[in-house]
Structure formats: C-alpha cells, structure tokens
Design a binder for this molecule. Structure first.
Ligand code: C2E
Ligand code: CA
Ligand code: CA
Length: 680
C-alpha cells in the first residue's frame, strides 16, 4: 500500500470525537492518510459515491441511526467499501452484531491509538481487496459454488449457483438455495440435472464448513462416451472380419492359445477344424468379387448356425475358415460338427441374381494327439485339409501321422532337389520320336532325370510337382533346356529335340528370352527345338499365354500340345492356338487293344488333329499292334518303349549318325527295338 494515499471517511455525529479521531490519525508516523469527514450517514453515502473512499471509520451510535444502518445502506447500493465501527461502549455482543452486519472491524474509542487505527485500517483494506478477488473469481468461475456451514446454512454462493437453482426450482429465495444444496449433497459425485451432467467437488474447511463446487461436465462425459464407443468399435474391427463379422485371424490366434491353456489345465482336448471352400477362386473369377464376397458372407452365416455352445468359428482370410470344438465325452476321428458343416455349406446359393454352387473341404487336427502347440495343430490341420481336397468323396479328413511322414519326406526331397539344382546335378535322358510309316527317328524328347545320392533314381512324376510347388521349376526347366540343347547341338544329324515346359515357366518367367539365350549359347538352330506345353497353360490367363507362345514361335521354335486328351478344354484350345503338333496322351494308347471306346477315342483325336492340319504324335507305343493301329489311321509320328525308352544320349550315338538307306522294316527288326519291346 506504500506510495498510495489512503482515503479515510470519518463518520460521527459528535464533533469532539471527530477531532479525537483526526488527531489520532494525524499522529501516525509518515501518515499517508487523506481524511474526509461527515456528520451523518446520509451525507456519508454521497461522499463515498463522489470520492474514492478506501475505508470508512464510523461511529456505532449516532442519535437515531447507527453505523449498522450505514453499512446496510451501503450494501443496498452495492458499495463494498470496508467499514470499521467505533464505539464508546465495548462488549462482545456489539462486536458480534457489527461483524454479522458486515463490518470489517470494531474498535473501542477508549482504546484508540495511532497504532490500533493504522493496523485496523490496513488489515481491513487488505481483507477487502481479498474479498474483491474472491468475488471476481466466484462471479467468473465456470462452476456453481456454494459455501455451506456446519448447520447446513448457506454462507455464500455465486451467480452461477443462483442461476442453477433458478433453472431447477424456478426461484432464488434463500430457502430454495438451501434446499437445492441439500439435494446436491445427496447425489452421486456425477449426476444428471435436466439434460446436463454435473460433477460435484467438496472441499472441507477447518471450521467444519464446506465449499461445494458443481461443474457442468456434459460435453466431457459425452466425449468420453463417444471415445469409449469408438474404442469398442475399433477393438471390434481389429478382432473381426468386416465381411462376415466373424472373429478374424488375430482373434483366432488368441483363442487357440487360450483353448490350449484351458485344455492343458483341465486335461481335456478339442478339435481344430480348417475349412476351405473348393474352387473359390473360380467363383471370384467367373462371377466377380461381389458375388465372391456375398458367398463368403453367406457361408460364414451358415457355418455359424451349426455351432453349439462352446464352439468357435473364425475367418482366417480369403476362403479359409477355422473352427474349434471342445471334446465331449466321446471322441470321434471325424466329429459330427464337421459333417453338419459340410451338409449346410455344400449346395447352391442364390446370390445377387445368380446361383452359385459351393462345397467345402475340412481338415481336422485334435489337441493333444496331433500337436501340443498352435503351430503344430495348424500345420497338421492344414495337411489334413489338403488330403480332404484331394478326395472329393470324403471332404472331411482327420490328420494322421502317415500324412506327416509323407509331407516330411516331400520337404526333405525338396531340400535335396534344391541342392541338386544348384550343383546342376540333374541329367537329361532322350526318348526317340519316329515316323509311323517307316519307324525312322525324327527327333527325341528330353526328359529330366534325378539320381538321388541315397534314394537312387527319382521319377520326374515325383520331383517335377515338387519343383513346381517350391518354385524350383524355373531353374530345373532352364537346366534341362540348356543341357538338352547343348547335347542336341552335338548331334551329327539335324534331329529335333523336344523339351517339356511347365505352365509355371510360361506364367512367371520371360521364357522367350530364356529360350533365346539358350539357343544363342548352344548354337542350336531354333528350328530343331520343340517345346511341349500342356493345355493348362492356356486356361488360367489365356491372353498372356497366347502372347508368350506367339513370341516363342516367332523365335522359330515349334510348339507341341502335350498330354492331349487328358484335359477338358481340348477342342477349344486346339482351335485357339496354331500348335505345330499335338501329342496324344499315352493313357489312350495303352487301352486301344482292350477297349473299343478307347480305340474310337484315339481314332477321333487323330482325325481331329489331321483335320486341323496339326501333326499328330502318339505317346506310349509299346506293342507292334499299336503301330499297326496308327499306320491304318495315317498317323504321323509315334513315341514309346517299342521305339526306344529314354536313355542317356551316348547310347544312341548310332541313331544320330547319318543313316544311309536303312528302311522301316530294318529298323523294326533291329536288336535295339527288340530289346526295348521286351522291357515294355
Ligand atoms: P510326359 O511329358 O508325358 O513324358 C513322357 C513320359 O512317358 C516319360 O516319363 C516317359 O518315360 C514315359 N514313356 C515313354 N514311353 C512310354 C511308354 O511306351 N509307355 C509308358 N507307360 N510310358 C512311356 P517320365 O520321364 O517319367 O516323365 C514323366 C513326366 O514328367 C513327363 O511326362 C513330363 O510331364 C514330366 N517331365 C519330365 N521331364 C520334364 C522336364 O524336363 N520338364 C518338365 N516340366 N516336365 C518334365
Ligand atoms: Ca512331354
Ligand atoms: Ca504326355
């Protein structure tokens, strides 16, 4: 307060007392007091209004009026200037009355001294300033505040509290304010009022009074609720597939581990089902993804309807689903749930205006017999599922250890094959192809051979599919192509060499560039190379395959359609691409002398090829009567054990030597032929 003048208004009806007070104040050392004087409360109000009065020193009793009246009049006019009452009399009851009326202090005129006045004035002003701050805070704070004493009486409240009571009870009389305060004390910490939500905070003061604050937390609570909803939604999405609303892979992984822990604890078990739709890709390709999705969602629904309490179903992705069924008392190799699922899922689905047929394959692994960990169970259920896929008659297959053995052997073989390919440790054998008319050799089919260090010769029928499954086929194919062309380029007669090309080589490599560089490297003329492809190459991606085959033909190599007659799209395939040759599968040849139908089929196929101007070669010629049969039909070419088995190239050096005049009859009577027909 130093440096600032304190404006004091002295109000007293007694002139002597005024002098006394003025004198006493005048004695205050380094006085900063500016004094104003009034003899009556009525005038005092005017002075206070027109001057900046910091404090009023007022006589308690002034004739008919009193200092208390002045305080009341001031407060009625919203003047909050502090008032110190002075009296000739003393006494506790006056003191209490003065404080209750809102006086800042009460001083006895008998004990007036400069120190007493100075101290009382400074304290009262400081207090008033604090009150002012408090008022400002209470008016502006964004909460309803009420001060309640130990008897429940309200000592103070802010405008917001009054507004709240007004809106709830419709009036702000003290009784209402008080009634409302008891109500809020009986509520929960967070409670609704009308359409708002309030939070109550209570601060207990030392004198047993309490400050109650009510804050509007409606928006906060709503935000929280929304966040919780959003969290729940996100959690649901994270654990569910949006298409079927079934638990997803993440949720399933958790569940499987829980099931394992539970079964272990209770020494019980469960079945794990892996469910996979058959030919789902074709549904997608043929009808489009919308129908595919609709099918998955309906399949999920139908399967879900089969579940009983405790069963669990999830979608792993694509057309792969998984289910868990706990043990009942009876264990079955092929539990009933699996069959129920097959029954409801297999059948037709009216979807988006079309009818789609679907069927499912189910592989089952049981805990603990078929695996104690999630990985083991999954991989064994997977093996069982593949077994189920192979067997359309029984679409439900339970894992058995033999399967595991076969798979393990296959995996080992795949590892060994990889090594063999890296070491270029594959051989190529050559099987002659001859004219039917005179048995003269026109070329050879190159066939891959693998001599396993421990297992001996492994048939390409065994290792080629493994190479295709593991991606090794590209290297295998390239190696065979290179070796075959290298050897053919050393032949003294310009015979053709036919090399088998896997559909995967056409689908996933730049096969035309590979062929081109092999021809360059080996200097084999392109016209001497023939590539044998099966029609499956044209089925998956016709345009691409067509394009690649064209490029190959443009290199100058010829293309033969292998295994003709074993596929389904034969006729359309034949017409769609200008093959140089078609190769009728050996499965037909072996039956021509046993079944009239097979003979008829052979006749029809040869006729078809001839009518379409393709050269025709028949495989599997093992008996002279096969040759006679083909000769009667004017079939061009033949291949089979009767002409010669596949052998390493050096064993037919003589055949690749230029031949003079040797005719068909000579060839047929040759020892080599006799030898091979014996082994057929
Ligand atoms: P494929 O292309 O149909 O080859 C003809 C198969 O028939 C050969 O079996 C051959 O030894 C056999 N064969 C030949 N003449 C006769 C006969 O008179 N009677 C009977 N019953 N069979 C005969 P191989 O060498 O075991 O090859 C089996 C299959 O493996 C081949 O069938 C071919 O699909 C595949 N393959 C062989 N080498 C390769 C290759 O280098 N690349 C690719 N992608 N596949 C190959
Ligand atoms: Ca072939
Ligand atoms: Ca064949």
């Amino acid at each position: 307060m130093s440096g600032k003048e304190i404006n004091v208004l002295i109000v007293d009806d007694d002139e002597d007392d005024i002098y006394l007070i003025v004198d006493t104040i005048g004695e205050i050392a380094e006085s900063e007091y500016a004094l104003h004087v009034s003899h009556s409360p009525a005038k005092a109000i005017d002075i206070i209004k027109s001057n900046t009065i910091d404090i009023v020193l007022c006589d308690y009793l002034m004739g008919a009026t009193s200092g208390l009246d002045l305080i009341n009049s001031m407060r009625a006019e919203n003047i909050e200037t502090p008032v110190i009452l002075l009296t000739g009399m003393g006494g506790r009851h006056l003191d209490d009355a003065a404080l209750a009326a809102g006086a800042a202090d009460f001083i006895s005129k008998n004990s007036l001294s400069p120190e007493v006045i100075d101290r009382a004035v400074r304290y009262a002003i400081a207090n008033a300033e604090r009150q002012c701050v408090l008022q400002t805070v209470l008016t502006n704070v964004n909460a309803a505040v009420v001060l309640i004493d130990k008897d429940g009486a309200l000592k103070l409240w802010n405008p917001m509290y009054a507004d709240l009571v007004e809106s709830e009870i419709g009036c702000t009389e003290e009784a209402s304010l008080k009634a409302f305060s008891s109500r809020i004390l009986s509520e929960n910490r967070i409670f609704p009022i009308g359409d708002r939500i309030l939070e109550r905070k209570i601060t207990n003061l030392l004198n047993n009074e309490m400050v109650v604050m009510l804050q509007d937390v409606t928006e906060h609570v709503e935000a929280l609720r929304e966040r919780e909803l959003a969290n729940n939604r996100a959690e649901h999405l994270a654990m569910h597939c949006s298409l079927t609303n079934l638990p997803n892979r993440n949720a399933f992984n958790d569940r499987l581990n829980q099931e394992i822990a539970r079964a272990k604890d209770q020494s019980s078990g469960f079945y794990l089902f892996l469910l996979d739709l058959n030919k789902f890709k074709e549904v997608n390709d043929f009808y489009g993804h919308q129908v595919g999705d609709a099918l998955l969602s309906e399949v999920g629904r139908r399967m879900g309807a089969c579940l009983k309490e405790g069963d669990y179903l999830a979608r792993l992705g694509g057309d792969e689903f998984v289910a868990i069924q706990r043990w009942d008392e009876k264990r079955h190799a092929s539990p009933e749930l699996a069959h129920r699922i097959v029954e409801v899922v297999n059948g037709s689905y009216p979807l988006l205006g079309t009818i789609v047929n679907a069927s499912i394959s189910i592989g089952i692994a049981t805990y603990p017999e078929h695996g104690k960990t999630a990985e083991e169970l999954m991989s064994n259920a997977d093996l069982a599922m593949y077994r189920a896929k192979e067997n359309p008659v029984n679409p439900v297959s339970s894992f058995d250890a033999d399967m595991d053995k076969v798979i393990r052997e296959t995996r080992k073989l795949a590892r060994d094959l990889k090594m063999a390919v890296e070491l270029a440790d594959l051989d190529v054998h050559f099987q002659p192809q001859a004219n039917v008319s005179d048995s003269s050799i026109v070329g050879f089919e190159a066939l891959a051979r693998w001599n396993h260090a421990k297992l001996g010769a492994i048939s390409p029928s065994r290792f080629i599919p493994i190479a295709e499954d593991t991606g090794l086929i590209h290297k295998v194919g390239e190696l065979v192509l290179l070796k075959a062309c290298e050897i053919a380029s050393t032949w003294t007669r310009p015979l053709k060499v036919a090399v088998n090309i896997s559909p995967l080589q056409i689908r996933y490599t730049d096969i035309d560039q590979i062929v081109h560089s092999v021809l360059l490297k080996t200097q084999l003329p392109a016209s001497r190379l023939e590539l044998e492809v099966t029609e499956s190459v044209l089925i998956d991606d016709f345009d691409r395959a067509h394009h690649i085959l064209r490029k190959l033909k443009n290199l100058g190599v010829s293309i033969a359609l292998d295994d003709f007659g074993t596929g389904f799209a034969s006729l359309s395939t034949l017409v769609s691409f200008p093959f140089d040759k078609i190769k009728i599968d050996r499965s037909f040849t072996s039956s021509i002398d046993k079944s009239a139908k097979a003979a008829e089929a052979m006749r029809a196929m040869i006729g078809l090829g001839q009518n379409l101007n393709h050269r025709v070669i028949v495989e599997g010629v093992e008996k002279p009567l096969h040759v006679d049969f083909l000769a009667k039909l004017n079939c061009d070419l033949m291949q089979g054990f009767l002409i010669g088995a596949p052998t390493p190239h050096h064993t037919f050096d003589d055949l690749t030597q230029p031949v003079g005049t040797s005719g068909a009859s000579e060839r047929r009577a040759s020892p080599r032929r006799a030898k091979f027909s014996n082994c057929a």
